[in-house]
Design a protein around this ligand. Sequence first.
Ligand SMILES: Nc1nc2c(c(=O)[nH]1)N[C@H]1C(S)=C(S)[C@@H](COP(=O)(O)O)O[C@H]1N2
Ligand SMILES: [Mo]
Length: 406
Amino acid sequence: MAETREQRREEIDAILDRKPGTRETRDEADRYTVVGAASRATFGNWLTPIEEHFVCHRNPIPTGDVDSWSITLADGEREIDLQLADIIDDRPTVAVAHTMECAGNGRGQHDPETGSVQWGCEAVGTAFWTGTPVQSVLRAAGVDTTDQWLTAIGADSTDAETFARSIPLSKAREDCILAYGMNGQPLPDEHGHPVRLVVPGWYGVNSVKWLSELRVMDGMVREGTLDRPGTHARWQQEDYRIHAADEEPVQNATVETTGTWAQLESGETAPYTFDETVMSIIGQPTGEDTPTQGTIEIRGVAWAGDERAERVEVSTDDGTSWHDAELFGPDYAGAWRLFRYDWDADPGEHTLLSRASDERGHTQPERIGTPEEGFDALENDRYPWNEGGYAANAYRPNGLTVEITD
Ligand SMILES: Nc1nc2c(c(=O)[nH]1)N[C@H]1C(S)=C(S)[C@@H](COP(=O)(O)O)O[C@H]1N2
Ligand SMILES: [Mo]
């Protein structure tokens, strides 16, 4: 344990060295390697440079033989070893834009505190991921099945716990890739080198790094469904689910819908953190300097998982009045949009807020509710406080104060 902690310290320091645009986030239990965007300025741009992109994982970065890396693909009775080099040589290369957001982004805004990593809004970024469509690999391997789920396993797995996440096979076939590049660079070690799964528009936890196995299964991973020691369902069935304090979520084989917000609204027990809930962040001004009065461009990013961010409103008076912002720039499914609004700024102190709505009309709630309110909080414009602090998308905690001089 002590050794792991030291190892982690070294790992975090090395990442901070390589990524000067990040800073460490407080981890309540000292269990994760976590760095996030150091400045709000990251959210004034569409593409997040690797230097500013957050990192989040639990076990140390695995040290395997990356040159002969292979992925075990299993369906039914078959187990095939796929050489990564062959995948790269023989299968098509594509790029997808994906807004990676930790499901714990905004966790630090829960009151009372929920423990674990106390993210503000820094655990999100948009990169171009290069790789091979999962569908192309499945087709070449002759996967032909009525099974509905694909389980991805990371090489950081240990005898005590396997890092396994299940996504619907339909999603995997639609737009997921086995990524080996990020923003035109080889995939950095901390982002999953030599290969990771990328699940566009879904919370980061689904995008398994250091991918070592893909298993076609008839349901989501549950304890006992993998021939492995230790826990293998924890990341799917226990953590990363939205539930009240002290509630023990049931291990399901399947779900009605993978829309995270739709699960919340349906009152289904303990929604899984699949697609990202509607969110926005102002990236400019940053609140770190004191601009002079006049026209100031308020600029930021807005996203909504599998939905489209359709509208963004901006307030410059702490929510008393709202103005429609203009959406502009690149428009890819699974990635955020830029928004802008020209503000005629007077001298003084101002609180800026942004609030996005998705194509289904879901709007970011104002604040996070109390533990007592439970899921009913949604009806009162509040995001439900939940034990793991997942998927929080309230707009008020992400506001900022700017001082304008004359
Ligand atoms: N194998 C493995 N994959 C993983 C993790 C992990 O601990 N192990 N962490 C997940 C979590 S919680 C997040 S938010 C994303 C973060 O991806 P990034 O570090 O490339 O930003 O990776 C996911 N993939
Ligand atoms: Mo995460």
